[in-house]
Design a protein around this ligand. Structure first.
Ligand SMILES: C[S@@+](CC[C@H](N)C(=O)[O-])C[C@H]1O[C@@H](n2cnc3c(N)ncnc32)[C@H](O)[C@@H]1O
Length: 405
């Protein structure tokens, strides 16, 4: 009789050894316990990782090779989290974090790591993510473009207003904490952080003194106070790091120049930073920008008018709706979605009717990897270029160029 591989009786076939219940490793550590552990790596969320008690233990603000004394603050079946009490033996990449309030402020994950080690870790983590989530076998990832110097790069800082002072958020608890100088903020912002902000009646009304998310931002040489929007300013999206933003712009513009497509579609184009520049550099190409945020679209149209670019059009609305009816086959498509990555409808469209080439810019390697996996069959990855847009933190920006197969 042909075996179906199933046992129709539902009973264990005779002659087989009885299945032994799987032995569970005993779990002895409980919350509040104090432990001494060795950190062996860094997780994608920036924490040091140790293995103990049959579980993974995450310890913020530690480095590989550190031997540390910690207190357990959360204990689940598979993992635990602990607070650093003392570094008994520092690992080779550990340095003294230069910021005096690094333990209070929740902004920087990796100030205690040599900058070269930050870059190396980001590179390794990107490769691992592209393999594990993206299914890429041996991704060839360029070295991370460093931000030099890796300090005072932020053109805006966000927090809450209390009695006319901007407060950041305390690590873990999220409570407001007064920071008078931030080592990753532009020094012109620090000058404003150092003393109470001169707010007039109207500003006090609009940005009332109660807890509310606001940001201090550089506009040219001026420091302005405005309501904070995730990733966006009042005039639309803006990278937080101008110098590295320029490096990224150059990569995107170069990818368009390298492509022979006669149409450029900048999906998620923000305030048109790339779109306008591409239209000016390529007067022979038709350039189209699509963006959801109406303020960004307005800014983009104004920028195009000021620059005198006439081969350029902006459409307002959702990318998923606009590209449903577009022919992408003669286009180079640029996609720079929010952290969540591409909408499934956008991925489907880019798979079913591929663009001649695709430039995918991402600030979240995990969603990038997921989308590359789905797009994989229709495109060949040509170049994977990470950039350190956010030194001293675990975050990474990546620009991937792909060509239709
Ligand atoms: C990371 S920003 C990209 C900005 C632009 N590439 C730049 O560098 O200036 C993402 C942009 O996507 C926009 N956005 C988010 N969801 C969208 C959607 N479904 N359709 C169109 N735009 C969207 C946001 O408003 C934001 O401007």
């Amino acid at each position: 009789m042909k075996s179906t591989g199933k046992n129709p009786t539902g009973k264990r076939p005779t002659g087989m050894l009885p299945r032994r219940p799987r032995e569970k490793a005993p779990r002895t550590v409980v919350i509040h316990d104090e432990l001494e552990v060795d950190i062996d790596s860094l997780s994608n969320s920036g924490d040091g990782v140790a293995r103990t008690d049959g579980r993974v233990l995450f310890v913020p603000r530690t480095a590989p090779g550190d031997r540390v004394r910690v207190r357990v603050v959360a204990a689940r079946k598979q993992w635990m989290k602990a607070r650093l009490l003392e570094v008994s033996r520092p690992g080779p990449d550990r340095i003294e974090a230069p910021c005096p309030v690094v333990d209070e402020c929740g902004g920087c994950d990796w100030q205690h790591l040599e900058y070269a080690a930050q870059l190396r870790t980001k590179h390794e983590q990107l490769i691992e993510t592209l393999q594990r989530i993206g299914g890429l076998e041996a991704p060839e990832v360029q070295p991370v473009i460093a931000c030099e110097p890796p300090w005072h790069y932020r053109n805006r800082v966000q927090g809450e207003l209390h009695e006319g002072r901007l407060h950041f958020h305390r690590r873990i608890t999220g409570e407001p904490v007064l920071i008078e100088r931030c080592l990753i903020a532009d020094e012109r912002l620090n000058a404003a952080l150092a003393e109470p902000l001169a707010l007039d009646q109207r500003e006090r009304g609009e940005l009332s003194d109660q807890a509310q998310r606001v940001e201090l931002a550089l506009q040219g040489d001026q420091v302005v106070l405005q309501a904070a929007d995730e990733g966006a300013t009042e005039i639309g999206f803006r990278q937080v790091n101008d110098a590295m933003g320029e490096r990224l712009n150059a990569l995107v513009v170069q990818a368009v120049t390298d492509s022979e497509a006669d149409q450029v579609i900048d999906l998620y184009c923000g305030a048109g930073a790339w779109t306008v520049r591409i239209a000016l550099d390529h007067p022979d190409k038709r350039v189209l920008g699509i963006e959801l945020h109406p303020g960004s679209v307005l800014s983009a149209r104004q920028a195009a008018k000021r620059a005198g670019a006439s081969n350029l059009e902006f459409r307002s609305g959702r990318v998923e709706k606009h590209i449903a009816s577009m022919d992408l086959s003669h286009s180079v498509c640029i996609v720079d979605p929010p952290r969540a990555g591409l909408d499934p409808d956008v991925v489907r469209r880019l798979r079913e009717r591929p663009a001649a080439s695709l430039v995918y810019v991402s600030c979240h390697p995990a969603s990038l990897a997921r989308d590359l996996k789905t797009l994989g069959g229709r495109y060949t990855v040509q170049r994977i270029q990470p950039l350190d847009m956010f030194p001293q933190t675990r975050h990474l920006e990546v620009c991937v160029t792909l060509a239709m197969r």
